[in-house]
Design a protein around this ligand. Sequence first.
Ligand SMILES: Cc1cc2nc3c(=O)[nH]c(=O)nc-3n(C[C@H](O)[C@H](O)[C@H](O)COP(=O)(O)OP(=O)(O)OC[C@H]3O[C@@H](n4cnc5c(N)ncnc54)[C@H](O)[C@@H]3O)c2cc1C
Length: 336
Amino acid sequence: MCDGDAKTGIADAIVKDVEYLSGLQKRLESARDVVIIGGGFIGIEFADEINKAGDKNVSIVEILSHCLALAYDQEFCIEMEKVLASRGINICTSSKVASIAGNGKVEKVVLADGTEIKADVVILGIGAVANVDVAKKAGLRIGLTGGIAVDRTMQTSDKHIYACGDCAEKISFFGGRPSPLKLASIATLEARIAGANLFGIRRENAGTVGVWSTAVGDHALATAGLTEEMAREQGYNVVVVAIAGPNRHPGTMPGAAHTKVKLVFERNSGVILGGQAMGDPAAGEVINAISACVQSRMTAEDIAMFQIGTHPALTASPIVYHMVNAAEMAIQKMCN
Ligand SMILES: Cc1cc2nc3c(=O)[nH]c(=O)nc-3n(C[C@H](O)[C@H](O)[C@H](O)COP(=O)(O)OP(=O)(O)OC[C@H]3O[C@@H](n4cnc5c(N)ncnc54)[C@H](O)[C@@H]3O)c2cc1C
């Protein structure tokens, strides 16, 4: 993050320090033009929070064609961009930052096409890397993505040292290749594995499924496992179903929110590879249920056979329950 520091203007790491962050908050109070570089979940949440002050021009600059494109299929990204735009946030996608310019302090962000965006605070929501200085000094092996190399028990190249969290190298649940994901939920899982194994090896890490949510106002977007695009890129033969409808029954019940669930299955085995959910904050728990299905390698048939609990004021109707109906439709598609 960079708050226009007089000397360099750029902090070289995510500074998790109350004093530093209080300084940033104070600086933001007097700021008029704020530019966030990077439209991932951290970037859009920063943008929305800063925009809530109501007296600033907040812009997000994203190099990909959509914000959140590394985590969601395009249709979900577009929906979230509409929400951000409706709240007054300026979104510049397919835009590469060429420089951050100013005289002694930040004054503008210059894009590769020459566009200049006025800025008195710039926040970088990009490029998080593992902090492995101590591990390097200790002579530990470093993995391909720059994290401390660990085996499935979270043991490093020194059998007396375990590593977990953002500093540890991750592998994907799908195929076992290195994964760049860094999340608190992954860190805590790894901590439960490493902690248990300190007393005798008994837990192994199956790899990172990749499940997380983001929220802008009451609008939540959540993902688990592979998106349709990722699955196709990785060579899976997929069956994809999206179901949309209210999460109460009838849909006119107070508190009902339009909810969309998309599930991605491998065609031949019927195994679920991933899912995405969009709707009110309940989407954050819907995705955890989907993640459990992915981690258990459930099939569409398993999900279609779920014994679900429903209530008019709490859930979707049992006859149009998103996950179950998506699985039923996927089974039909697999038969064709
Ligand atoms: C803005 C933001 C929002 C996020 N939102 C989410 C979210 O919604 N959901 C989610 O799952 N994840 C989220 N994350 C990611 C999440 O914060 C991290 O994955 C998580 O904090 C990693 O935990 P950790 O314990 O590995 O590292 P950290 O939380 O970074 O803790 C490491 C600690 O070690 C200290 N330290 C470092 N070096 C040394 C040293 N040499 N000696 C002593 N202490 C040292 C650091 O100061 C720090 O306090 C977010 C991250 C950011 C930046």
